[in-house]
Design a protein around this ligand. Structure first.
Ligand code: NAX
Length: 328
């Protein structure tokens, strides 16, 4: 099983790769060939991490290989976890990258190249998870560039779902495993919409159990939407351990059948479900059949409040799409 991870010397990958090497993540006993990709300047750091991975002597691992280019890394890949990207605030050629449009253009170049390589050389049933931000639009660029409709492209919204579950379990004093059908709609950005009106906790409707719309609108939603910023402020760096957990959980969710009555969360190409415009990557509630295929769950009832939330995040995704229109 060939698993490609870009940004392999970064902080998310430092937690993610050990998680992926634990038993039971993949639905196959085949050992892992880990293809770790970095930019040339980071290869020294990556070599140091590889020594640590070797010293961990994972029984699930067959080989660990490093690459400073995507083309050779993705040949016959089963999974590509695209974590590497250029963060906002970095100084490139003497200019600080502050604007979303600049960030989209720079990362657009990266995802064009990666998409082409994956579309041509990875397996026809390859699964691709984009973590690097702006994840939804990077996935759109990657999928378009791959020119290959048999591969499955996703962008990560699992972290938003885990954050929402954690807050809900505190509010209703339940275990996170008691929560079913919690969905994140839209962009992985502060416009995302976490829906509680279709969420079940121990079989009961979570929104009705909370019975406090004010709390949902003025505390819960802003908390989830701004959680990334809250962590950056406290830690001086963006979420890494939790993002790694979420990426590993997404792989696991796709590899294994979804438990009965539940969903998992990722952004996939919209086909118009729930009124999200076609041709953007949007978070949806999904189920996996455990054979590599995933489906959007389409029986959620959306209130006017939820529909307004979806419209806002859809508009942001359309704006992002417009900013990269020359790449797609
Ligand atoms: P780091 O800056 O620690 O690591 C990123 C790594 O990517 C660096 O080592 C860099 O050299 C490498 N890289 C850059 N361009 C590359 C390329 N073309 N090929 C291969 N490697 C390349 O960032 P980290 O904290 O690991 O975060 C990675 C990305 O995840 C960022 O874009 C971040 O914004 C995003 N996040 C996404 C989340 C999500 O839920 N979708 C949540 C967490 C995180 O904010």
């Amino acid at each position: 099983m060939k698993v490609v991870i870009t940004g392999a010397a970064g902080q998310i990958a430092y937690s993610l790769i050990p998680f992926l090497c634990e038993k039971g993540v993949f639905n196959s006993d085949e050992r892992l060939d880990l293809n770790l990709v970095e930019i040339p300047q980071a290869m020294g750091r990556l070599d140091g991490f590889v020594k640590e991975l070797e010293d961990s002597a994972y029984s699930t691992v067959n080989s660990i290989n490093t690459f400073d280019n995507i083309q050779n890394a993705v040949v016959d890949a089963d999974w590509c976890l695209l974590v590497g990207s250029i963060p906002r605030g970095i100084v490139l050629n003497g200019k600080e990258i502050k604007e979303r449009s600049d960030l989209l253009q720079i990362n657009g170049g990266i995802f064009t190249e990666q998409g082409k390589a994956i579309g041509t050389s990875a397996k026809e049933n390859c699964k691709i998870l984009v973590v690097g931000n702006p994840a939804n639009t990077n996935a759109l660029i990657g999928k378009h560039s791959s020119n290959n409709n048999s591969q499955l492209w996703m962008a990560m919204t699992m972290l938003d779902a885990l954050r929402a579950k954690a807050q809900l379990s505190q509010k209703l004093n339940c275990h996170v495993d008691d929560i079913y059908r919690l969905a994140i709609f839209g962009n992985h950005s502060p416009t995302m919409f976490p829906d509680l009106e279709n969420t079940l906790v121990n079989g009961k409707n979570a929104y009705e159990e909370i019975n406090d719309h004010e709390w949902v609108e003025t505390e819960f939603l802003p908390k989830i939407q701004q959680r990334g910023a809250e962590i950056i402020k406290a830690r001086g760096a963006s979420s890494a351990s939790s993002a790694a957990r979420a990426a590993c959980d997404t792989v696991k969710a796709v590899e294994h059948p979804t438990r009965s009555g539940d969903v998992f969360n990722a952004a996939v190409m919209s086909d118009g479900a729930y009124g999200m415009p076609e041709g953007i990557f949007s978070g949806f509630p999904l189920i996996s059949n455990g054979d590599g295929s995933v489906e959007i769950v389409r029986d959620y009832n959306l209130s006017p409040f939820a529909k307004a939330g979806l419209e806002k995040t859809a508009n942001e995704l359309l704006e992002e799409k417009d900013l990269v229109k020359d790449l797609i």
